[in-house]
Design a protein around this ligand. Structure first.
Ligand SMILES: Cc1cc2nc3c(=O)[nH]c(=O)nc-3n(C[C@H](O)[C@H](O)[C@H](O)COP(=O)(O)OP(=O)(O)OC[C@H]3O[C@@H](n4cnc5c(N)ncnc54)[C@H](O)[C@@H]3O)c2cc1C
Length: 305
């Protein structure tokens, strides 16, 4: 085996600490690069070993199997940094930049367009892949382009927003597995920083007063089957507070499943299926998870993960 790109590479690291749900087994190899150069070195090493690769951001939309993940897991959350140009509205952020930090910095600079994102505890990379959105806004609205690395060839490529096949919590990056290095946004200029900051704070307040931010969660578990809201359907069936092991349908917001303490991924998964079954039986509707499952689950062998 070729020498690993020391010192970042670690062996058998529990991933529960790298997801907001606080569940997930070990990564065979794990690293948190802090610079683009470190990221590239890790990708080269993984390629030389012929290892499967999985990239994480802040782990705020992931259900990782209790059995963990084989191969190389790269967490990009320390790949931070952003440049904001108050005159042109152009913003460039590295993949690990926290979305709430970027939203607040943009507001302080008097740049509008990311106010909706302040309560989303993910990174720029994860938001670009998921097309994160809230309160009528989404990443695709202000994204100009993304710089990507092909883990297979090392090739660097810039893709414009129109190439990314954006839809509701969807982008082509979910299937194609490029690694997001950085993203460029065009925000609106000409607004008073105070006003943008006020809107940003109001958005955060609204969310923290209606969603269970105190307990580990991954945000909304299911996509809304438009025009219906998944949370209302689940609440209507009296499922708030329903538990499997340590996993519980939140009493505060029925589209959230919270970890009440020592939940396992298998319990989260079982509760997701239970809710799906109940909604299907009552309404003839299939709820589709927004959260992404990684690794082995009863209906998903590890090799397909
Ligand atoms: C309390 C709470 C509230 C939430 N509210 C919302 C909300 O209002 N709206 C919303 O859309 N989401 C919400 N979420 C879900 C989540 O925060 C978003 O989906 C977020 O965009 C995920 O970002 P992340 O960095 O955590 O990505 P992760 O969960 O780590 O990963 C998500 C996907 O992105 C990929 N990925 C991450 N980084 C990279 C990279 N650098 N290169 C390539 N692929 C990468 C991963 O492989 C995975 O496929 C919420 C979550 C929580 C916990």
């Amino acid at each position: 085996m070729a020498a690993p790109p020391a010192p970042q590479l670690r062996h058998e690291v529990e991933l529960a600490g790298f997801t907001t749900w606080k569940v997930g087994g070990p990564a065979e190899y794990f690293a948190e690069p802090e610079t683009p150069e470190e990221l590239e070195a890790l990708l080269i090493w993984g390629r030389q070993q012929g290892m499967p690769l999985q990239v994480l951001g802040a782990g705020s939309n992931l259900l990782i199997s209790d059995q963990g993940l084989r191969g190389l897991v790269i967490c990009s959350r320390h790949l931070q940094g952003a440049q904001l140009d108050g005159a042109s509205g152009l913003v460039e952020a590295l993949a690990g930049e926290p979305l709430p930090t970027l939203a607040r910095r943009a507001a302080k600079t008097g740049l509008a367009g990311l106010e909706w994102s302040v309560g989303i505890p993910g990174t720029v990379g994860g938001a670009v892949v998921m097309n994160a959105g809230a309160q009528g806004g989404c990443i695709a609205d202000s994204l100009v382009n993304v710089t990507l690395l092909d883990p297979g060839s090392g090739e660097q490529r810039v893709m414009g927003t129109q190439e990314l096949d954006y839809g509701y919590r969807h982008s082509r990056l979910q299937a194609e597995r490029w690694v997001v290095l950085k993203a460029q946004f065009q925000l609106e200029i000409g607004q008073a920083a105070e006003q943008v900051s006020q809107r940003t704070s109001a958005n955060l307040h609204k969310r923290t007063s209606t969603q269970p931010y105190q307990l580990p969660s991954c945000g909304s578990v299911f996509r809304n089957p438009e025009p219906q809201k998944a949370g209302r359907l689940i609440e209507g069936l009296g499922l708030k507070g329903h538990r499997i092991g340590g996993a519980e349908v939140s009493e505060m917001h029925a589209n959230f499943i919270v970890n009440t303490g020592n939940a396992r991924a298998s319990e989260m998964d079982a509760l997701i299926r239970f809710v799906q079954q109940q909604v299907a039986q009552a309404h003839g509707l299939q709820l589709h998870p927004e959260v992404m499952r990684l690794g082995a689950f009863p209906d998903q062998p590890a090799a397909a993960a």
